[in-house]
Design a protein around this ligand. Structure first.
Ligand SMILES: [Zn+2]
Length: 423
């Protein structure tokens, strides 16, 4: 028997735990509305903590609500190999986005313990709090651990379910926002971080492959484009004399969409205009103002930069043509986040050893792993999303794919926990 055969998941236990977490904060028949800093969130965290305790892991919840379960290794004072994801959902979302990564990491570390496999480095399972934007700050818990979010951002952000600040919502939920700094993980405390996540796209499903090894998490730029024309009477102002801001915005969107569609596949570029408004916003008034949001993502920082330059050029052309004014405002920038070659190798080897087919792909979504990437080398494993659906109660991943993910994770964690293996 191969070493990794002993690490096969306990399917019945995984199923039981997965179903139990799906019932907390349930939305409809299959969804979840389980936002961080709510009683439902605290309940699921306590449930998972109980499973960690029962597995013999040493558990702790930090001042902002991140949950950790730790298993010591043979070595003294070595950094940990950490794996996990988040337990909160969108409002509403599905029951796989996040919990899949926490529960497979728990099963992986628990199986390593049960088989008595020796490892040098400590192993740690983590459930980050508040990964989804529905709680007010995206990747909240992991950003506190990396030191990128602190008291200032918590006071400034609103927790939509309670309409309090994130600071007050966290306090009301039993957390200690003033002690956020105490949560920052020292760089030397981590050797590697692995996150299993549902793909949220159709690449794995279309290829009928259960395991995706992520090479890069795409970078993102967000912001708005504002147009100013001249407000006028919809009947009185004839077509040639209009300076319609909404039509300028429409022309801009269509032009940029076609540019994004022509980008080479290897850039994995996406461009989305998710919010649009026209001012004053009335049926019989030619809009004098318009505003659109944009969300630009790509694996290639250079391609994103070129796209932003193209946006400005296109805007310039439309301004001249339509006699309007316009401006691009950038509000957020995340650089692309590459997975470490050592962890990618460990995941590929783990898939071979456990007998699952795999392919390499990029992550189009931003995950907790990107925040942890400022602390240590990271890697991500994707499992298929049926029809690519996510952030909806219709989200679904086959149980057998979760099992495959847990087994690959276990073999990769065990490999990386060997002090001779480089992350
Ligand atoms: Zn997620």
């Amino acid at each position: 028997m191969k070493k990794t055969d002993a690490l096969r998941a306990n399917r019945a236990r995984m199923k039981r735990e997965f179903d139990a977490q799906s019932k907390i904060g349930r939305f409809g028949k299959t969804g979840l509305a389980r936002i961080a800093f709510t009683p439902e969130y605290n309940r699921v965290r306590e449930l998972v903590r109980g499973w960690m305790d029962a597995a013999g892991l040493k558990t702790r919840v930090d001042a902002v609500g991140n949950l950790f379960g730790r298993k010591e290794g043979k070595g003294k004072g070595l950094p940990a190999v950490m794996a996990g994801s988040h337990l909160d959902s969108q409002n509403p979302g599905g029951r796989f986005d996040g919990p899949a990564g926490v529960l497979t990491a728990l099963e992986a570390v628990r199986r390593i313990g049960e088989t008595g496999a020796a490892h040098d480095h400590p192993l740690e399972v983590v459930a980050f709090i508040g990964e989804e934007s529905a709680c007010g700050i995206t990747t909240f818990g992991s950003a506190v651990l990396s030191g990128e979010v602190g008291v200032k951002q918590m006071r400034a952000a609103v927790h939509p379910p309670t309409e309090k600040s994130v600071y007050d919502a966290l306090r009301a939920a039993g957390g200690h926002p003033t002690r956020a700094k105490s949560c920052i993980l020292p760089k030397k405390s981590l050797k590697a971080f692995l996150e299993l996540h549902i793909e949220q796209g159709v690449i794995l499903e279309s290829a009928r492959v259960p395991i995706g090894v992520v090479d890069t998490v795409v970078g993102a730029h967000r912001g708005t484009v504002v147009f100013n024309g001249v407000t006028a009477h919809s009947g009185g102002q004839t077509m040639p004399h209009r300076r319609d801001a909404a039509m300028a915005a429409a022309e801009f969107m269509v032009a940029m969409e076609s540019t994004a569609r022509r980008a080479p596949d290897r850039h994995r570029m996406t461009l989305t205009f998710g919010v649009m408004s026209a001012q004053p916003g009335w049926v019989s008034i030619v809009p004098g103002g318009a505003e659109i949001s944009f969300d630009l993502r790509s694996k290639s920082a250079a391609a994103s930069g070129a796209m932003l330059a193209r946006m400005k050029k296109t805007l310039e052309r439309i301004r001249k043509k339509r006699g309007v004014r316009g401006k691009v405002n950038l509000s957020m920038k995340h650089s692309p986040c590459p997975a470490s070659p050592g962890i990618r190798r460990a995941l590929a080897r783990a898939a071979e050893e456990t007998g699952y087919s795999r392919l390499t792909l990029a992550s189009g979504g931003i995950h907790d792993a990107c925040r942890i990437a400022t602390l240590c080398p990271i890697g991500m494993v994707f499992v298929p999303s049926v029809k690519g659906l996510s952030h909806t109660p219709a989200e679904f991943t086959k149980f057998s794919d979760l099992v495959a993910g847990a087994e690959v994770l276990a073999a990769a964690i065990l490999r990386l926990a060997d002090k001779k293996v480089k992350a």
